[in-house]
Design a protein around this ligand. Structure first.
Ligand SMILES: Nc1ncnc2c1ncn2[C@@H]1O[C@H](COP(=O)(O)OP(=O)(O)OP(=O)(O)O)[C@@H](O)[C@H]1O
Ligand SMILES: [Mg+2]
Length: 254
């Protein structure tokens, strides 16, 4: 199953991705958690130490590897490089969970990053259309790494939102893109919900079929993000709520 996570900056995408990955892993499901966000923090929230992460360059910055796979020089390079083994070789294993840091498509400036971008696109194709059973892709607000060719391979796109106008507006933009790309299932999760006013704000904007879950604001989590950097959503009363959201996403509850 391929799960992509998107939403406006800071709404809680990575926190959600990390907790979903942990939950799947606890159920002994093999899961590959992929950081596809330029502002990489999934590794930290999964509890991987800073030293290990510091040594782990995003794959897009591994020049020699890209040269090797893409071959050629100048504007000539392989259009379909074989990258299937890269996921195995460059991911960090943590039991049934593996972490892979992709890096983001480069653009702008004066240099051409065509080769890097083609390489990354091949990786996304391999991740989404390939053999790996459960993949969680933590994307930024943009879902431009998905193409018409890969979008159908994504089983579900989860859009995380806060109860704010700007973040709800971003949901609409992403939903529109997702529809154009042909992503089969798109769901919305409300996060950092403090009270019934917040909840109603979201329920007014998104129909029941779309808004499949609400996660309350957690002071404890905020505190943890300052102290340990660990992004584990506190258990207790929240567990049952989170379980049902995760189940809904992987289709167990349906
Ligand atoms: N339910 C919650 N309650 C309280 N704080 C939360 C909650 N969910 C996330 N946060 C906090 O919000 C901040 C942003 O979370 P996170 O990094 O997961 O968001 P993001 O959408 O991935 O951000 P970015 O766009 O920068 O990648 C973190 O400090 C995190 O601890
Ligand atoms: Mg993030």
């Amino acid at each position: 199953m391929k799960i992509a996570i998107s939403g406006k900056g800071g709404v809680g995408k990575t926190t959600f991705a990390a907790n979903l990955a942990r939950w799947l892993s606890k159920k002994a499901i093999t899961v590959l958690a992929v950081d596809a966000d330029p502002d990489a923090s999934l590794g930290t929230l999964l509890g991987i130490s800073e030293d290990v992460l510091e040594d782990l360059k995003p794959i897009v910055d591994m020049k020699a590897l890209i040269e090797d796979r893409m071959g050629g020089s100048g504007t000539y390079y392989a259009l379909n490089p074989n990258v299937d083994d890269i996921l195995d070789d460059y991911s960090i294993p943590m039991g049934t969970l593996r972490f892979f840091r992709m890096g983001n498509i480069k653009g702008g400036g004066t240099s051409c990053y065509c080769k890097e971008n083609s390489f990354l696109q091949a990786l996304v194709n391999s991740l989404i259309l390939g053999e790996q059973d459960t993949v969680i892709l933590d994307m930024g607000a943009g879902i431009e790494q998905l193409t018409r060719g890969t979008a159908q391979g994504v089983d579900v796109l989860v859009i995380v939102t806060e109860p704010t106008k700007v973040s709800a507006q971003t949901v609409k933009v992403i939903q529109k893109l997702a529809l154009e790309l042909g992503i089969p299932r798109v769901v919305v999760i409300g996060n950092k919900v403090r009270n019934s006013k917040d909840e109603n704000f979201l329920r007014d904007r998104f129909p029941k079929e779309q808004l499949i879950g609400i996660i309350p604001y957690s002071d404890e989590l905020m505190e943890m993000s300052i102290t340990t950097g660990n992004g584990e959503l506190p258990a207790g009363s929240l567990s049952a709520q989170l379980d049902s959201i995760y189940q809904e996403i992987i289709g167990e509850g349906r």
